[in-house]
Design a binder for this molecule. Structure first.
Ligand code: 5AD
Ligand code: SF4
Length: 439
């Protein structure tokens, strides 16, 4: 008799890919994917703790799972990922969520088979959260979603310690994978038929600094570009401080690497940037954007912005608005500052009141939406290379795809799903473009 598993993933693409590795490990143990929650013998929550709202979702899910466990006492419930790695989480689960069987951190994913066996045999909560990251365990069997795009992690952890961010605490110090294993993985993905590979890391621009050999992210991208394939290569996330001129030069020459740069700015005021420990100034960021646009004129630049960092004044917030107007990002992910226990910013005075943070984010979103729409409208008439992904979610009788700049395009056609095609943009909005396939 088969056992069935279900993984619920919260948070970023790194987590989404970690879930593919968890799925691969489970399938090696003989588990099969469950079609519904009621059918599952094992449910894993792969969690995120970057903001409080992400954690609240997980606590909410755990509440709901209590009923399921009552109906099916043999069900194993596990919590893993960033929140599991956080101090205090396992204790809180032990006290408040006794229906959970297993908690394990981010450094011991490869131990999953043993931990599940332990959880099955034990009546008490099994906890394994390792303090230190250890080496990278290669050749874990990822079970990727079949399709067109695949994720490849190139580095784990982060050394930056931005003062608001919990990631370095739950993901550990930076560890880069060996270039050869990344290159082998990417080339076999293209050989399997994937059309697009996204390289993942918290700060891909620092890739290689911890390797014995002299090798950086620009070297990796140019090697991947030279592989024999017709696919696309994407990467995220870039840190402005570590974005080298060598990388800009490589990006301006590569053929397969998409002209999309996700370049989180976080704030527009020098004082706040310095309190955030970002390591660049407003002018430094603006100059970098200029250098990128000069070398790669059609670059699509997106960003992350936090409003309401402790002590952020009205005029400092306006500097963020002003920077957004100057850069004219293609899109921005905007966040209300959320204090994370153990980070430096959480201990700072002058936390900005919730209603004020709300007002600021509303103003910022409004501004950016207007800019995104203008930028997208300016694309009407242009010819873009689009990877046709499949039926559009909103309009299933049409197809949806992505430009190299990572913009969604709705195409009024049923032809060429899964192909790279040239599309003329016929309409531009805030959330997606429209286009027609060229013969
Ligand atoms: N509060 C709000 N946003 C945060 N981010 C990271 N930490 C926090 C926090 N404590 C945002 C940053 C980062 C993105 C992934 O999440 O903008 O780039
Ligand atoms: Fe967090 Fe900064 Fe590292 Fe990004 S670069 S993961 S924001 S510490």
């Amino acid at each position: 008799m088969s056992l069935y598993y279900l993984i619920e993933t919260f948070g970023c693409q790194m987590n989404a890919h970690d879930s593919e590795v968890l799925a691969g490990l489970l399938e090696e143990m003989g588990y099969r994917p469950a079609k519904a929650r009621e059918e599952a013998d094992l449910i894993l929550l792969n969690t995120c703790c970057v903001r409080e709202s992400a954690e609240n979702k997980v606590w909410g899910r755990l509440g709901v799972l209590k009923r399921l466990k009552r109906e099916n006492p043999g069900l194993i419930i596990g919590v893993c990922g960033c929140m599991a790695q956080e101090e205090g989480t396992a204790e809180r689960i032990r006290r408040r969520y006794p229906h959970v069987d297993l908690v394990f951190g981010t450094h011991n994913v490869h131990r999953l088979p043993d931990l599940i066996r332990e959880a099955r045999e034990s009546n008490a909560l099994v906890v394994e959260v390792l303090e230190s990251e250890g080496g990278i365990v290669e050749h874990l069997p990822a079970k990727r979603a079949p399709g067109l795009s695949a994720w490849v992690t190139v580095m784990y952890g982060c050394n930056n310690f931005c003062s608001y961010c919990i990631v370095p605490y739950v993901r550990g110090r930076q560890r880069s994978r060996e270039p050869r294993s990344v290159i082998d993985e990417v080339s076999s993905l293209f050989a399997e038929g994937y059309k697009e590979v996204t390289l993942l890391g918290q700060n891909v621009n620092a890739y290689g600094r911890d390797l014995a050999e002299e090798y950086d992210f620009a070297d990796l991208l140019s090697e991947l570009d030279r592989l024999d394939h017709a696919g696309r290569i994407r990467y995220m996330t870039s840190h402005p401080r570590d974005f080298s001129d060598k990388l800009i030069d490589v990006l301006s020459k590569t053929k397969h690497v998409c002209e999309h740069i996700h370049l989180p700015v976080q704030a527009g005021s020098d004082r706040i940037l310095s309190l955030m420990n970002r390591g660049y100034t407003r002018d430094g960021y603006l100059a970098l954007v200029q250098r990128i646009r000069k070398a790669i004129p059609n670059a699509s630049i997106t960003t992350d912005i936090i409003v309401g960092f402790p002590g952020e004044s009205e005029s400092e917030f306006e500097e963020t608005l002003d920077l957004v107007k100057q850069v004219r990002f293609d899109a921005a992910f905007t966040f209300v500052y959320s204090p994370r226990r153990g980070t430096r910013a959480a201990a700072m005075e002058n936390q900005v009141p919730a209603d004020e943070k709300q007002r600021r984010i509303t103003a910022l979103v409004e501004l950016q939406n207007r800019i995104t729409k203008e930028v997208n409208n300016a694309m009407i008439g242009r010819i873009e290379e689009v990877l046709v992904e499949g039926p559009s979610e909103k309009e299933p009788e049409k197809l949806s795809g992505r430009t190299r700049g990572n913009k969604v395009v709705i195409i009024d056609s049923k032809q060429h799903p899964g192909a790279l095609v040239n599309v003329r943009i016929t309409d531009g909005g805030t959330y997606y473009l429209k286009g027609e396939i060229l013969r």
